[in-house]
Design a protein around this ligand. Sequence first.
Ligand SMILES: NC(=O)C1=CN([C@@H]2O[C@H](COP(=O)(O)OP(=O)(O)OC[C@H]3O[C@@H](n4cnc5c(N)ncnc54)[C@H](O)[C@@H]3O)[C@@H](O)[C@H]2O)C=CC1
Ligand SMILES: CC/C=C\CC(=O)/C=C/C=C\C=C\C=C\[C@@H](O)[C@@H](O)C/C=C\CCC(=O)O
Length: 268
Amino acid sequence: MQLSGKVALVTGAAQGLGKGCAEAILERGAKVALLDTNESAGQETAADFALKYGADRCTFILCDVTAKDQLEGAFQKVVDHFGGLDLVVNNAGILNEVQWEKCIDVNLVSVVRGCHLGLRYMGKQNGGNGGLIINMSSVAGLYAFPSPVYATTKAGVVGLTRSLGMDYKLGRDCVRVNALCPSFTTTAILADPEVPEDQYQHMKDMLERGGGLMQIPDVVKGLAKLLDEDDKNGAVLEVTVQGMKYHGDESGPWDRESGTHQPNLCIA
Ligand SMILES: NC(=O)C1=CN([C@@H]2O[C@H](COP(=O)(O)OP(=O)(O)OC[C@H]3O[C@@H](n4cnc5c(N)ncnc54)[C@H](O)[C@@H]3O)[C@@H](O)[C@H]2O)C=CC1
Ligand SMILES: CC/C=C\CC(=O)/C=C/C=C\C=C\C=C\[C@@H](O)[C@@H](O)C/C=C\CCC(=O)O
């Protein structure tokens, strides 16, 4: 996707992977709205980006993605502020097995809502210009992971992405939907997962056996791949210390020849 002059919205963009994705999108020439509940970090990030990329190319919007009205309001603000919308990165996420309903709300319900809003504002059937949605899942959505609710939310994001990417509307919306599934990456989420002790110990073991930590730029390379590959729709990109690969292109029982992914019928 050519991003020069385009408009992006990134949730959970005050820090971590969301911030890294937002900066990569700015580097490619787009304008970016950073949504987050962390107002001080969000404002600081927006101020840094404004210095580097221009004050007219970045804005911070205080938004709790689990609050339906706030998320809807934020999408409207982005369109009002920048005059359109071309790219949505549904990135905000937490790991909290204790407040597990909140984990589902942040990691899955809000991503469903973010996809619906992306289709509402970018879908050609609704007067938009088409676009791209990238959902932040995790390797935990592909393989067993010792925090079951977190893993469920991330597997849900994979299913949502694949199914929206089937393009069952036959390309009329011209909005592609893809997912990124990183492994353990050094961000604040690692420092403070709210999980029982046995889950934490198991995670440490997995981290060691999986080859250790990635850094934010490693995951941003995955985002760049999804931005570059305009033929991908419903694709799920696994990003680990071992490298990147598309995951699970098997077709299922209904169409063993061609796979479930539809060709991208309409490149925005
Ligand atoms: N760091 C890792 O090892 C991995 C992270 N992920 C996923 O990447 C995404 C980003 O996480 P990280 O950057 O690692 O963590 P992080 O904790 O550094 O960043 C998460 C951001 O989301 C924001 N946020 C949390 N709840 C929110 C809400 N209700 N509304 C708006 N913003 C909210 C936080 O304020 C924070 O700025 C998450 O979806 C996470 O599950 C996926 C795989 C691996
Ligand atoms: C296979 C699962 C892939 C990704 C995991 C994921 O999506 C989210 C994980 C969130 C929290 C994990 C916490 C794990 C903590 C322990 O393993 C610690 O040993 C972490 C170690 C170092 C962190 C220090 C740092 O931030 O540099």
